[in-house]
Design a protein around this ligand. Structure first.
Ligand code: FAD
Length: 81
């Protein structure tokens, strides 16, 4: 999905929807994966002494910076909704 968005953008095509879809999907997936990592590690995943906690906190920025809600707005707008 990301490479497809990049290919369109480099080719000079309108890639706004594909970029927003890639941003939305990958940032939410990264958070989900990090959350699963914390869950697998249990209490050790939660405390700051282990890197899983940091990975989850870092991944949480994805849906905040260029927010998921705004990505959905952009996708909806390009679909005429
Ligand atoms: C650690 C960190 C690093 C950052 N680094 C950068 C950087 O390098 N460059 C940069 O440009 N910015 C950076 N930012 C800022 C980041 O882009 C903003 O946090 C982001 O744009 C969200 O803006 P906001 O925090 O003001 O939240 P708000 O805009 O106040 O949003 C709060 C909530 O309201 C929702 N919301 C807002 N407007 C709408 C709407 N129209 N429809 C539906 N929901 C809406 C949002 O989705 C979100 O859930 C960084 C932020 C952080 C925390």
């Amino acid at each position: 999905m990301t490479y497809n968005a990049l290919r369109l953008y480099i080719g000079g095509e309108d890639a706004i929807r594909q970029v927003a879809m890639a941003k939305l999907y990958t940032s939410e997936l990264a958070f989900h994966v990090a959350d699963e990592c914390v869950q697998i590690h249990g209490g050790y995943g939660y405390i700051t002494e282990f890197p899983a906690e940091r990975a989850l906190r870092d991944a949480r920025l994805g849906p905040i910076g260029g927010t998921s809600e705004v990505m959905r707005e952009i996708i909806g707008r390009t679909l005429g909704l």
